[in-house]
Design a protein around this ligand. Sequence first.
Ligand SMILES: Cc1ncc(COP(=O)(O)O)c(C=O)c1O
Length: 475
Amino acid sequence: MDFDPEELRPALHRAADWVADYLAGVGAYPVLSQARPGDLTAKLPASPPLQGEPLDRLLDDFESLILPGITHWQHPRFFAYFGITGSAPGILAELLCAGLNVNAMLWRTSPAATELEEVTTGWLREAIGLPPSFRGVINDTASSSTLYALAGAREAVPGLEVRRRGITRSLRFYTSAEAHSSVEKAGLTLGVGSEGVVKIPVDGEFRMEPAALERAIAADRAAGHLPFAVVGTVGTTSTTSIDPIPALAAICEREELWLHVDAAYGGAAAILESQREILAGCERADSVVVNPHKWLFTPIDCSVLYCRREDVLKRAFSVVPDYLASADGEVRNLMDFGNSLGRRFRSLKLWFVMRAFGLDGARERIARHIEWAQELRRWLEADPDFEVLAPSPFSTVVFRCKGGDALNQAIEDAVNSSGEAFISHTTVRGAYALRIAIGNLRTTRDDVRAVYELVRSKARSQTSYSRATSNPSVR
Ligand SMILES: Cc1ncc(COP(=O)(O)O)c(C=O)c1O
């Protein structure tokens, strides 16, 4: 027997109040958890309880034990990596999703879950300006979406018959030196090997060089390797650069290679008419990934893989044992388009988010993030102590304090250990760089100004400290 629903009800009410209070007051927490490694483990018993415990006690322990070990991604001053938001409509949908606990592996195992996935991914496709020839499937992450797209690309190679024979040739695919690590991981998982993931150099604005790509493909063919795909990025993780997708598409068409575009972060901006150009050329791609759980206010996880050749994806993945066979006619069984059989009802939250904000509401919010990032960039450019290191086409600014790597690392540590804001870093042309990414719905212009002031004040105290102590490690 499960818990009596009448026992669950007050716990749900308490949890609902907790979440609403949390969101109202999240700004008061230190953004980056101040926990040390092992803190939580030391407070928990090594073995599970023999006797069941009341739900209220679990909620008590959630507050007292778990919360100190939480880094607050919902915090308005979360500027690290890419800022995200589990928005109110998304949270509501997650609750209902847990209540239903459906597995959308087959159309019949929840027709509404399958059909809502088709409808919501169709809405998003229209909103970002991709043509209807793309069909969407929701995966957990862009890492999975890219892995599946490349499995489709491998399946598409004529005569390779990888599904039947396994890997019999030395395969190669191409991506930029700035591509996300998930692209390389997909190559490792697919048995292409790290040597098979060819990193193409970038230009001065961190975009893949098409001429270098052409040269690499020709050299690989001459050496007997088999090129099968190119992965371009719209919004790279480090600097948010945009690869020249139209040029990559032309090369892929000529060379008969699958073009996959990783627009996990940047794709969301294309809902703005003024930003539509960022996806130019994607209509010629074979697959594109966009993550609503990054910059579209949908609670993690929700990654949409759009594919123009769904038949190939299905050929790569579909295995239908007797116990999963269904005679429902011309329906889409979502288990056929990826590795996992079980699938969460993720489209419910995308539906709630898109309806609750409306396209106009979402556009307004994303436009503000971009506007504030441009403002932050101008403050940094006007500040003689700082230099901006890359263009900022989206809502992320990459910069450093003039000085050495250790100084910038010390500034980052000082900002983050203050608990007032959380920023992250990357490497730009070999130098340690700071990143501020705006993407949380609770962030205001004042928060952006505050993080700029905080970085400035930490930079000043680091430089005066290093001058006073002549400490070479922070120069
Ligand atoms: C450009 C890009 N692609 C892919 C990913 C991986 O996303 P996920 O965590 O959904 O696998 C990221 C993560 O930040 C990213 O920035």
